[in-house]
Design a protein. Structure first.
Length: 254
């Protein structure tokens, strides 16, 4: 029987903690360690009590960890006594079943991008991750995925979209203008594409409209948002542009 997923999270946390202490040049107080662990592992919360328990666990495993006063302060900090390791090797952080299962769930969410540059990158990473994994490990990953079920997008929704997605992603990456034809519009539109907004199962294009604003109008044109399924054809143009800075609020994400 597989162990609870929380055990894998605990393993990730402890190995990350050991790596952080091994790389540190001095004492790290509780809050510094907690902040670094939360950032590295994407944890929403981590208590001081849990941190102390993890450090105590490393002590029981024979790692020389000190909890000593930080000079010039009233705080205490943690450090790994590298001299006391006596040549003992710090193990590298291994890829765990939970990490691999999480990646595969994210891959399923991004399946609408099949046939695009993004999907090529996703599949390249998957291939590298799986290359040297034992069959038993991969079987455990598949078993874990039954906990997280991704509802696939409607097949018809993206059936004719791979080339359109590929053209748009290439244009965004190269700051290249595009011309699109929409199913419900009689004339094509010329755009400067800014980003693809992924809101499963929807994908939308954020872009600046061409031509620019007429004289007297605010030159800082807002982005237009276009549903991908409304785009029937995309043509990349030879004209390039300098992208304007865009924040999440400008994309409607803030």
């Amino acid at each position: 029987m597989m162990k609870p997923l929380a055990r894998y999270e605990q393993f990730l946390r402890i190995t990350a903690l050991l790596d952080i202490l091994a790389q540190a040049r001095g004492l790290l107080d509780d809050q510094s360690l907690i902040g670094t662990l939360k950032e590295r592992l994407g944890l929403s919360r981590l208590s001081t009590r849990t941190l102390h328990r993890d450090c105590d666990f490393l002590l029981t495993c024979g790692y020389p960890i000190d909890h000593a006063p930080i000079p010039g302060t009233r705080r205490h900090g943690w450090r790994l006594d590298k001299a006391a390791l006596a040549g003992r090797k710090i193990p590298s952080e291994p890829l765990t079943m939970l990490e691999m299962a999480s990646f595969m769930v994210c891959r399923d969410l991004l399946r609408p991008f099949e046939g695009t540059l993004l999907w090529t990158g996703i599949e390249g990473l998957r291939s590298k991750l799986e290359r040297n994994m034992p069959a038993e490990f991969l079987a455990q990953v598949e078993e874990t995925r039954r906990v997280f079920r991704v509802v696939p997008p409607e097949a018809s929704r993206y059936a004719n979209r791979p080339r359109i997605l590929s053209a748009i992603t290439t244009a965004i990456d190269g700051s290249q203008e595009i011309e699109i034809e929409e199913a419900a519009a009689a004339t094509p539109r010329r755009l400067q594409p800014a980003a693809l907004l992924i809101d499963p199962p929807r994908i939308r294009l954020a872009a600046w409209e061409i031509p620019p604003s007429p004289p007297g109008k605010d030159a800082d044109d807002p982005l237009v948002i276009i549903e991908l399924e409304q785009i029937a054809r995309v043509k990349r143009l030879d004209t390039t542009f300098v992208p304007k800075p865009v924040d999440d609020a400008g994309l409607g994400l803030g």
